[in-house]
Design a protein. Structure first.
Length: 473
């Protein structure tokens, strides 16, 4: 624990939804919900206006629509959010070499390590300066918590929301925590919280009063002892600049349960390709291939296979995932599939592919790698409803929230599409709310576009192409 509040926690306010509101002037001050828009989609982020109706993250999208039928429902644009996140993380890096990102919109910063703060006054000044810099660079707001530990700094940033700063002086932690729910402590989820409630402990003060021995008896030595220390406000975890990834994975939930075995295998192979893309982007390879299958009855199965060495070869991962699928009963249908790679390393076993290809060929009855590629590609184009099948033009090209550019009307975004038509609102982040126009979905003057920066003239990864009006490839 530190004697000065020099650990900062930044949490951007309703990040995805706020970014959409900043990009679309007509949505400012209105309820906005970002997430998967299919029947089984879930809410990724809801604006504060939408939260007043009870909409929150991880809620099924169908329930959100019932609670807030007049909200704007938009697909998530992760590349856009990532570009904004990079701007924010760059600003954090100017404060200190010790920045610990937790997600695209959240991070810890050790202000003391950066030499920018050594007491409450200088810490507060650094926090306020950071909030102003983020607003100037991105047009978005973030909430800042300052404290002598990571746990208390995160609690402080929650109290600061939205668009605020809260500093908690070291030495006041127990007074702060005492009346709070036990769920405020890290590691206390619904199950642990219910277990403690049954034992008569609902507040953090109750945990301190019960004592360490009682918590160890209830929760085990490691968890009980750790929880008792945190209940007293003690948290000595350092800010760690490099957080090593333990695994890389991707998964998809399908709007309609998959029953066709060939279609299921095709989706698994497609997920394996995406997973390898993320694996390579992170600069890693991995030894253990993991398959996740959630069946029609919500039962979830995982199967894994450990290779003789780490790999980042898509053929190796794809064939391993396909073999794991053979051991899973998909009778009745599949609602979710996922492929992951764990046991990460910073190198690749060079001869692993040759070794693995021999085993794959034997398992496939002599099929070689080239034939495997062909088998993986064929069903996508031939299966009814498969990913390669020609979809209705409006479904394939125009999603709510998507950036577009018209040869005459300029930049805009898709409000909706259907029955051969697409509705577009033409406006820019720095303009007044724009006009709405409707076009045929195949109008040659309307094309997908890269996002514009939220603050005019700030540039960013997508600035040059967007400013020139070029369509995305």
């Amino acid at each position: 624990m530190r004697a000065a509040p020099t650990i900062l926690h930044l949490d951007m306010d309703a990040f995805f939804a706020a970014a959409e509101q900043a990009a679309k002037p007509s949505l400012r001050g209105k309820p906005v919900v970002v997430g998967g828009l299919g029947p089984r989609g879930v809410v990724a982020t809801a604006s504060y206006e939408a939260r007043r109706f009870g909409v929150h993250s991880a809620m099924p999208m169908g329930q959100a629509r019932r609670l807030a039928p007049n909200a704007a429902y938009l697909v998530a644009r992760f590349a856009f959010y990532r570009s904004i996140s990079e701007q924010v993380m760059e600003l954090l890096g100017r404060l200190s070499p010790l920045v610990e990102p937790l997600s695209l919109d959240e991070a810890f910063v050790d202000l003391e390590a950066g030499g920018v703060a050594d007491d409450s006054a200088s810490a507060r000044a650094a926090g306020e300066r950071l909030r102003a810099d983020i607003l100037a660079a991105t047009g978005l707001t973030g909430s800042v918590g300052l404290a002598g530990s990571k746990m208390i700094a995160k609690i402080a940033s929650e109290e600061a929301k939205p668009d605020g700063l809260v500093l908690i002086e070291p030495g006041t932690e127990r007074e702060l925590l005492g009346p709070r729910s036990v769920r405020i402590l890290p590691g206390v989820g619904p199950a642990t919280g219910e277990h403690l409630r049954r034992a008569g402990m609902t507040t953090v003060g109750d945990l301190v009063e019960a004592g360490e021995d009682e918590l160890v008896r209830l929760l085990g030595k490691a968890h009980g002892a750790s929880l008792y220390r945190m209940a007293q406000g003690y948290d000595d975890r350092p800010v760690v600049a490099e957080r090593d990834a333990k695994s890389v994975s991707v998964e998809d939930t399908f709007d309609v349960d998959l029953h066709d075995r060939v279609r299921i295998r095709t989706e698994v192979e497609r997920l394996a390709e995406r997973c390898v893309g993320r694996l390579r982007a992170s600069g890693h390879s991995g030894r253990t291939i993991v398959l996740k299958v959630r069946r029609y009855d919500f039962s979830t199965l995982t199967r894994s296979e450990t290779l003789r060495g780490p790999t980042d070869d898509p053929v190796v991962v794809r064939e391993a995932a396909a073999r794991l699928l053979e051991a899973v009963d998909t009778t009745g249908g599949v609602r979710l599939l996922g492929v992951g790679v764990s046991g990460l390393a910073d190198y690749t076993q060079e001869d692993l592919f040759a070794q693995f290809a021999e085993a794959a060929e034997a398992a496939a009855g002599g099929r070689d790698a080239g034939e495997a590629e062909a088998v993986a590609a064929e069903p996508a184009a031939s299966l009814p409803g498969g990913p390669g099948q020609a979809a209705p033009v409006e479904e394939r090209r125009w999603s709510p929230g998507q950036d577009v550019r018209h040869a005459v009307h300029g930049a805009g975004w898709v409000q909706g599409s259907g029955v051969g038509r697409v509705t577009v609102r033409f406006e820019e982040p720095w303009s007044a709310p724009g006009r709405v126009r409707t076009f045929a979905v195949d109008d040659p003057d309307l094309e997908p576009s890269e996002p514009l920066p939220l603050v005019r003239g700030t540039g960013g990864p997508e600035r040059s192409e967007a400013a020139g009006g070029g369509a995305a490839a």
